[in-house]
Design a protein around this ligand. Structure first.
Ligand code: ADP
Ligand code: ZN
Ligand code: ZN
Length: 763
């Protein structure tokens, strides 16, 4: 039987899948698989080009004799690329995208920037023999050859710039010598190094030079620094042992649940060292916002030049080079945000995801993948270990630990021996009743005065995630919800309240439906107003503000953190940005201004995000020697997310939240597929989305799925493009993917969708 393969040739230049069919030669018939990287003849000159095998069939799309034949399977890539291609194809199927979109996400590809290469000519003969050749050249008056050989006898490796430059030697002169094996042209890869690492390399070179001068004294100090100056405590060691002892069997999956400040980083380092000892490589994902100089420096001190980092400010070329270095064995550890997951290491030993609950691990571009799920797939394909770490695990991860998907490892105490902070919860409704209309409750005001008097530091955190117009009552705290979906209604201009899941609408309320109070509306305070209020109350205090406005500059974010870290300010006011993983030992007070703002985002994850933000924010207090205090201000002090965060307890929160998810069919117990539609033509979009919803309802029975919508997206129009969505619920992902595949086909054959952008989103 003849086999044919659909192959994608050029992922750098096309955006859409354009496949070419090739014949599979007999010797590959047994072994060729989708995902393999192959060489194929391409174009008029039949130049060999790299291609990715998407599909193998026994059915030729045209007369078989017209098809060209695959030349060979690429094995020189050490398999890394083939495994990544297979991963990309899995992502295409699971998340819904074209193969090119998935391949471009996963594989390092070069858009224009060719890597800098340094070429040089080297002498291949021993000096004696070269002298003889030189003599012969002189005899024959081959002056150019003689000139080159003289130069090479003086300097056995010459950079090509010198050869072609000052020596004026053309390729027509040296190429014949190369063919005779007298000289050779060698290429040395020069990688662009991210600035932060360059700086660290410089510093360590300088201190090494100093170290040599004063002998072994400073070396001992350096060793101490490498180890972080402490031994792992029992819980940390147990976690490390659990992973390392079963490394052989491969593919272990773990969730490291450690309270804030429990020393998870030290565990990660030990695990990475474990991988390196076995000659394997490691990937550490951390949220972009924690990629601070202080964090990178810790890893650099331990692993030196074996690490590289990725971050969003790298140029495309720098980014590409880091992937090349990973592939070429120039580094063993890749640290970075979610895209670092695709480092093409030949022998990947472990993937670690720090702060695995962070929303930034979810990609917002197609394919809309989640790094946690893709990491699990990659670890499975490559037999690598997977470790997720968090103080506030996502429901998905903890549910996974409960159901045997992950093994749970715990760090129950702070590593420095410090206590978790004392938390006070303040009911803002009571404040209002007693005549305090200020943003600061009396408790927070008093504690802040105390901190300033004692010359310590405080952080004030405004939870801005809830900013998108939910409607609540300031007297009783009631929030207006959709009667069908249990998510809050959003206030739209024009005075209507809308549900973004099912499309339900009603007229905006003028009085609270629960208590009748007229104090009803959206909460509208921003960080800037808070800064003004606090300045008014404490004119002497030095205040820094960190939000999207003040961090716009290149290093704005790092500069604010540095200034606050060295106590150049007393109070840091900010949004989510200030709660992530920063370690400020001087901070003894954290104020959370309106804890429940994020509870009412129309998103089934609202309570989970709130719990995480509150716990992480509270965890910033008292990380030094002084014990910490936290004031949580809220309109909803009884909400379990607020209560559990105040007690710094995870499990009770998890139990309640899981019960809610189970009841309403949301992940992790259920699964949710969103089909997003967008188009500039509102009417066309409305017609298309109705057709689509009807079609999905028709097939839903077969897949036992529940269809919700269509409804406007939370932001119904961006840049004059209208946006709508249909949701499909079904616990079994395979069935959900079945629905997705049917929808993909339906859209492909239906001309009504030609001007409409359709995207899929899992959970
Ligand atoms: P987490 O990431 O779990 O919040 P970190 O890894 O940032 O915690 O560690 C918190 C602090 O505890 C750091 O300053 C770290 O140097 C310190 N630390 C970690 N492990 C130990 C240990 N075994 N003994 C003493 N201090 C430790
Ligand atoms: Zn009310
Ligand atoms: Zn609804």
């Amino acid at each position: 039987m003849n086999l044919y393969a659909d192959i994608i040739i050029d992922i750098a230049h096309s955006r859409l899948d354009q496949t070419f069919q090739y014949r599979v030669p007999g010797e590959l018939a047994e072994t060729l698989e989708p995902g393999n990287v192959v060489l194929v003849p391409f174009g008029r000159g039949d130049h060999p080009k790299k291609g990715y095998v998407l599909r193998i069939t026994d059915h030729a799309a045209c007369a078989p004799e017209k098809l060209k034949t695959i030349l060979q399977v690429e094995t020189s890539l050490a398999g890394a690329e083939s495994k990544l291609t297979a991963l990309a194809l899995w992502m295409r199927d699971y998340y819904g995208s074209t193969a090119v979109q998935a391949l471009r996400t996963v594989l390092p590809f070069r858009e224009q920037a060719a890597p800098k290469k340094k070429r040089k000519l080297v002498l291949r003969l021993p000096a004696g023999e070269a002298q003889e050749v030189l003599a012969r050249c002189r005899q024959k008056h081959q002056t150019a050859r003689a000139r080159l050989l003289e130069a090479l006898l003086a300097e056995p490796a010459l950079p090509m710039e010198i050869v072609t430059g000052s020596l004026k030697i053309t390729p027509s002169v040296w190429k014949p010598l190369a063919e005779q094996g007298i000289v050779a042209c060698e290429t040395e890869q020069i990688y662009r190094t991210p600035a932060v690492l360059r700086q660290l390399q410089e510093e360590s070179r300088r201190s090494a030079a100093v170290g040599r001068q004063d002998a072994d004294g400073s070396k001992a100090a350096a060793d101490e620094h490498n180890a972080g100056g402490f031994r792992l405590n029992a819980a940390q060691q147990a976690a490390v042992d659990a992973v390392c002892s079963r490394w052989e069997s491969g593919g272990g999956r773990y969730l490291l649940h450690g309270v804030t400040g429990s020393g998870k980083t030290a565990v990660y380092m030990e695990l990475i060292a474990c991988a390196l000892k076995r000659g394997q490589q490691a990937i550490l994902l951390i949220p972009e916002i924690s990629l601070t100089y202080q964090n990178v420096i810790r890893f650099y001190h331990r692993f030196g030049d074996r690490i590289s980092i990725l971050h969003s400010r790298l140029s495309q070329a720098e980014r590409y080079d880091q992937f090349e270095r990973a592939r070429d064995g120039d580094i063993d550890v890749m640290i970075g945000p979610r895209s670092a997951l695709f480092a093409p290491f030949p022998r990947l030993g472990i993937i670690i995801i720090d702060e695995e609950h962070e929303p930034s691990y979810k990609s917002e571009t197609v394919p809309r993948y989640h790094a946690r799920e893709v990491a699990r797939k990659r670890a499975e394909l490559e037999g690598a270990q997977l470790v997720l770490g968090s103080a506030t695990p996502s429901l998905e991860a903890y549910y996974g630990a409960q159901t045997g998907l992950y093994e749970l490892l715990r760090l129950p105490d702070r590593a420095t021996g410090g206590q978790l902070p004392t938390v006070y919860t303040v009911d803002l409704r009571a404040e209002l009743k007693e005549g305090n209309h200020s943003i600061l409750s009396r408790t927070l005001y008093e504690k802040l005065s105390g901190v300033l008097a004692e010359k310590k530091q405080a952080m004030l955190f405004l939870n801005r995630r809830g900013y998108m117009g939910f409607v609540s009552c300031r007297s009783c705290g009631a929030v207006l919800k959709c009667p069908h979906c249990d998510v809050s209604l959003s206030l739209h201009r024009g005075g209507r309240m809308v549900c973004h899941y099912c499309g339900y609408e009603e007229q905006a309320a003028k009085h609270c439906p629960v208590c009748g109070s007229p104090y009803i509306g959206g909460f509208r305070a921003g960080t800037q107003q808070i800064e003004e209020v606090v300045k008014g109350m404490f004119p002497e205090a030095r205040i820094l503000r960190m939000d999207a406005d003040t961090t716009r500059g290149k290093d704005g974010h790092a500069e604010i953190l540095r200034a606050f870290g060295s106590h150049e300010a007393d109070i840091l006011i900010g949004t989510q940005m200030i709660v992530k993983g920063h370690d400020f030992p001087g901070v003894t007070l954290v104020g959370i201004l309106a804890a429940d703002l994020s509870l009412h985002v129309s998103d089934y994850r609202a309570a989970e995000r709130t719990y995480q933000l509150l716990t992480q924010a509270a965890g910033r207090a008292g990380r030094g020697r002084e014990p910490g205090e936290v004031v949580i201000q809220t309109y909803d002090p009884e909400h379990y997310a607020v209560v559990c965060a105040a007690r710094q307890e995870y499990e009770p929160f998890y139990e309640q939240e899981l019960a809610y998810r189970r009841l309403s069919g949301y992940p992790p117990t259920g699964n949710l597929l969103a089909v997003h539609l967008a188009a500039p033509d509102e009417e066309k979009l409305a017609v298309a989305v109705d057709y689509l919803a009807r079609f999905i309802r028709q097939i839903a029975g077969k897949y036992q799925a529940l269809v919700i919508g269509p409804a406007d997206e939370p932001i119904a129009k961006i840049n004059d493009v209208y946006r709508k969505a249909v949701y499909v619920k079904q616990a079994d992902t395979r069935r959900l993917i079945g629905v997705k595949n049917m929808v993909e086909q339906y859209i492909e054959i239906n001309s009504g969708f030609s001007d409409i952008r359709v995207q899929f989103e899992m959970n």
